[in-house]
Design a protein around this ligand. Structure first.
Ligand SMILES: Nc1ncnc2c1ncn2[C@@H]1O[C@H](COP(=O)(O)OP(=O)(O)OP(=O)(O)O)[C@@H](O)[C@H]1O
Ligand SMILES: [Mg+2]
Length: 504
């Protein structure tokens, strides 16, 4: 400020933002309906609400949405301030359990979806106070005129039954329903209900930690209680929690909890469907960032250089951050993004790698049968075949080791007879029974063999492929795409390179 201390009025112009243009610009923050409603529930939680009611009312073009809470409410002065754009300075220190930051959410979230915002609020023992923004009116009068009366729908969702609380009503939902649509338009009604159902699932996810545990927050969605969606399936015995690590940013502590979820063979169908969440198993892998227990990011590798791949889908890592690191994490107004600060990126990469490796082991170890039917370039020893609706298992005659055997015993039918016998007599019922009863006790490929044994098989396979006239670079690629060498990729690559050196 010191720089401009002596500036006089003839040395500046006042360039106030134009109400009618600005109010339309703030409609394009890029909220989804679900992130917009979550932003309002943030406010209810900060106001210590124990219950939040979200209701969607279908009435064609005049459909409306109400979000009501039994939090502490606001005085008239506080309400007017709350309705003002930029009502709080983002740089101010906030109480540790405050979910807000920018003083914008109520307005930006609302206007991303509708043109009329009415808020009714009351403190314990006080009367209801009401204020309303109507964007059509602001556009017409070109002034920031905050109306003292609002939607008629306010009365329908009245706060009368409550001692205290706040009710937000959204009318003129031009971004949710078509402005021309009729009440009896079944298709539009169906779409409206579908959008409501997406919102409900989103709330179950982002607020799950508030909805769990003793004395939980209750969110009622169209009068039904929302149950939490916990991405870590912590109630399942086979879910693994790896080492929990604290990390520090400017002396402030964050906590990282890496989970590896169970292989699907260890889950019931319902548990598996539950774990898939709103986006599906593959999309839900990665980091989950929570700010004051509120989920901001629901599975993302946070630009750390990892891709979402099928075999890492069991890796889900919880990160807890406080609300005094918002700048460092580049938190946005929508509370839907977070970027890790530079000084912890290496640590997060390390933790991600460990968790992904563990997740991939679990996925592969118990995931062979699935991959066997879908793999493209992978060379399997066993193949599934289905003829006349009956499934059988065959040994792949094109597998390099089988081909090599065949070549070396030219014309002799013993090998073919043996393979046929093996295929016809696999003890499938016994395997199935053992697998369902004690899957933990079934040995994986080369699980407890010393590397020496694996080495002998590797040497023979390598020779078999060389005999087929392949180059070592191709052999390397084929070996690591072959069971069981896919489990020991680095070892196999090193051996191939050594072999190349020896034979130069
Ligand atoms: N349901 C509510 N109950 C009580 N006070 C509320 C409620 N909703 C909003 N407020 C008040 O209005 C203020 C403005 O809310 P708004 O969502 O616009 O900004 P914020 O929550 O401060 O920050 P952010 O932009 O990060 O959400 C809040 O700080 C709070 O004081
Ligand atoms: Mg807010």
């Amino acid at each position: 400020m010191a720089l401009y201390e002596n500036v006089t009025y003839d040395e500046y112009d006042i360039a106030e933002p134009k109400a009618d243009s600005l109010i339309h610009s703030i409609r394009s923050f890029g909220y989804e309906l679900s992130t917009a409603i979550a932003d309002l529930i943030d406010n209810s939680i900060t106001a210590k609400a124990k219950n939040v009611w979200v209701n969607f009312f279908w009435n064609g073009a005049a459909s409306w949405i109400a979000i009501k809470d039994d939090g502490i409410g606001m005085t008239q002065k506080e309400l007017i301030k709350a309705m003002t754009l930029g009502s709080k300075n983002p740089l101010l220190l906030r109480p540790a359990n405050d979910l807000g930051r920018f003083g914008l959410g109520l307005k930006t979230a609302t206007f991303s979806q509708c043109k009329q915002l009415t808020v009714g609020t009351k403190l314990k023992g006080e009367n209801l106070v009401v204020r309303c923004w109507d964007l059509d009116y602001v556009s017409d009068c070109r002034q920031w005129r905050l109306l003292k009366q609002g939607s008629n729908n306010l009365e329908k969702e009245a706060l009368e039954g409550l001692d205290q609380g706040t009710l937000v009503v959204w009318d003129k939902l031009d971004r949710v329903v078509d402005e021309e649509v009729k009440v009896d338009d079944d298709r539009a009604h169906g779409l409206f209900l579908e959008k409501a159902s997406i919102v409900k699932k989103h709330l179950a996810m982002v607020f799950h930690r508030f909805l769990e545990g003793p004395n939980p927050l209750k969110i009622w969605f169209n009068d039904k209680l929302v149950s939490p969606w916990n991405p870590f399936l912590i109630d399942l015995k086979a879910t693994e929690l790896l080492t929990v690590e604290p990390l520090f940013i400017n002396g402030k502590r964050i906590e990282v909890r890496p989970y590896v979820l169970p292989h699907h063979s260890k889950m019931s169908q319902e548990e598996h469907a539950y774990g898939a969440g709103t986006k599906g198993w593959n999309a839900h892998q990665g980091f989950y960032v929570y700010r004051n227990k509120r989920m901001l990011v629901a599975g993302d590798w946070l630009g750390l250089g990892f891709q979402k791949e099928e075999h890492y889908k069991l890796a889900r890592i919880q990160i807890d951050i406080p609300n005094n690191l918002d700048q460092e994490w580049s938190i946005d107004v929508k509370k839907s993004k977070a970027r890790p600060p530079q000084n912890i990126r290496q640590d997060l990469k390390r933790i991600a790698k460990l968790t992904r490796d563990r997740a991939s082991n679990i996925y592969r170890h118990r995931g062979k049968i699935v991959s066997r039917t879908s793999g493209a370039e992978f060379i399997y020893l066993w193949q599934q075949s289905a003829k006349h609706g009956k499934i059988s298992y065959k040994i792949n005659r094109e597998h390099p080791l089988v081909r090599e055997c065949n070549n070396s015993i030219k014309g002799n039918q013993t090998l073919e007879t043996l393979l046929k016998m093996l295929e016809e007599t696999i003890p499938i019922p016994m395997i199935l029974l053992n697998y369902s009863e004690q899957s933990d006790n079934i040995k994986g490929p080369f699980e407890d063999e010393p590397p020496k044994e694996l080495n002998a098989v590797l040497e023979n396979s390598l020779k078999a492929l060389l005999n087929q006239g392949l180059m070592i670079s191709d052999i390397k690629k084929r070996l690591i795409a072959m069971e069981p060498f896919d489990l020991y990729k680095e070892y196999v690559i090193a051996r191939c390179e050594e072999f190349e050196e020896e034979n130069k």
